[in-house]
Ligand binder design. Structure first.
Ligand SMILES: [Zn+2]
Ligand SMILES: [Zn+2]
Length: 415
């Protein structure tokens, strides 16, 4: 029987005994080391990366070929140590470059070829530290530059850094946006404090939402959300409607405080469940609709009294004796974690009020950090599947306290 007064402990017990998936890499070949790789081949130590081949140590990338140490790059080939580059070929140590070939140490360079240490150039060829060379002179200079010598690289990096300080840059990285704040936002409108997002509308505090389906009317979602509507406090999720406090979920509607649930609605405090639609569940138990409504209301009150505001809190927060929650509607706030001051915007207040969400007591960076640490560190261990015993290369260490399954067993056993 469900007892609201023991909900927090019961949820934690259920979470601890529900299997976790050892690796979310799928549709990929020879990519055991790494996690959340999709449609990729022969990659090593890549995370949250798709459609890539021979990529090593790359994070949050798409369509990377024969590239190493690239972060937030897309459509790049033969690239090394690049960050936020798109459509680049044979380029090293570049940042914010688009459509480039044979670039080294370039920053914010577009449609350029054969450039070294250049900043802010457009449609150029054969430039070194923004100075135009002839093809012959450039090739000669390149011959004399030993780009595999560490000292030389240091000198170039230093000179480029000096140039970067002289050349004005845009205050934000946005493309096709209306009324947005944050950085690296594409095809979005009316969204604030968003980072690395696409197709986001009427939302705030969305991070690492780089997939194409987008986020609407949602707050505090990411990393890796896609196709969300009316959601709050969700990470590693897709296709959610009106859900709050979800970690690893897909195709859910009207769910709250769930982990590892796929296809369902009206789930509260559930773990590792599949295809539960049309019924009501609390802590994986089927309940009557009236009971669900009454009891979830009661549980929400208890969570607040215990200072549980997020899915991270529910899983990990140390519970203290006595009442923690102070009902505070002041938009000027002090973060309970880092103690920095922060302020709620009118848009988010409207969202919290409409969805009856308690105003967050943590600042945005703390909330974001909470969601990203729900997942394991980006380190790999050799382990075994707790069901079929096959070898598993996973981010779960050998002494993990969780039950860890391979992807096949995970799907086979989900309830
Ligand atoms: Zn904080
Ligand atoms: Zn298995």
């Amino acid at each position: 029987m469900i007892d609201p007064s023991t909900f927090i402990q019961d949820f934690r017990t259920l979470y601890a005994k529900s299997p976790q998936c050892g690796s979310w890499t799928r549709g990929s070949e020879n990519c055991e080391y790494g996690d959340i790789l999709t449609m990729s081949k022969d990659c090593y130590m890549c995370f949250n990366t798709g459609n890539s081949r021979n990529a090593y140590y790359c994070e949050d990338g798409r369509v990377l070929n024969d590239s190493v140490d690239c972060t937030f790059c897309e459509n790049c080939e033969l690239c090394y140590e690049c960050t936020d580059c798109n459509n680049c070929y044979n380029s090293n140590f570049c940042q914010d470059c688009n459509n480039g070939n044979d670039l080294s140490f370039c920053y914010d360079v577009r449609r350029c070829k054969n450039c070294i240490g250049c900043v802010g150039l457009r449609d150029k060829q054969y430039c070194i530290f923004n100075e135009q060379y002839t093809k012959e002179k450039y090739e000669e200079a390149l011959k004399n530059l030993n780009l595999s010598d560490e000292k030389t690289l240091e000198v170039i990096a230093k000179k480029t850094e000096d140039l970067k300080r002289k050349i004005p840059r845009m205050f934000t990285h946005q493309l096709d946006t209306q009324n947005c704040t944050g950085d690296y936002i594409y095809h979005s409108k009316n969204s604030f404090c968003c980072f690395d997002t696409r197709h986001t509308e009427d939302s705030g505090y969305i991070v690492q939402a780089n997939l194409d389906k987008g986020t609407n009317d949602s707050y505090d979602c990411g990393p890796v959300p896609t196709a969300l509507d009316l959601c709050y406090d969700a990470a590693y999720v897709d296709y959610l409607f009106n859900c709050q406090h979800i970690y690893w979920g897909s195709q859910l509607k009207d769910c709250e405080y769930c982990v590892n649930c796929i296809e369902g609605n009206n789930l509260f405090g559930c773990n590792y469940m599949h295809h539960k639609t049309g019924k009501f569940h609390i802590l994986n138990e089927e309940v009557e609709e009236d009971f669900y409504k009454k009891t979830t209301e009661e549980i929400r009150k208890i969570l607040l009294e215990n200072g549980i505001y997020t899915i991270h809190d529910l899983i990990y927060k140390e519970l203290k004796q006595g009442k923690e929650h102070v009902d505070n509607k002041d938009p000027k706030r002090k973060c309970l974690i880092c103690e920095n001051d922060f302020e709620l915007t009118p848009q988010e207040i409207k969202f919290y009020d409409e969805k009856k969400i308690v105003y967050p007591p943590y600042c945005f960076p703390c909330r974001m950090k909470q969601r990203s640490v729900l997942r394991n560190e980006r380190k790999m261990y050799k382990n075994t599947c707790d069901s079929c015993k096959k070898t598993l290369i996973t981010t779960y260490p050998t002494d993990t306290k969780y039950i860890v399954y391979c992807l096949d067993c995970w799907w086979k056993h989900i309830g």
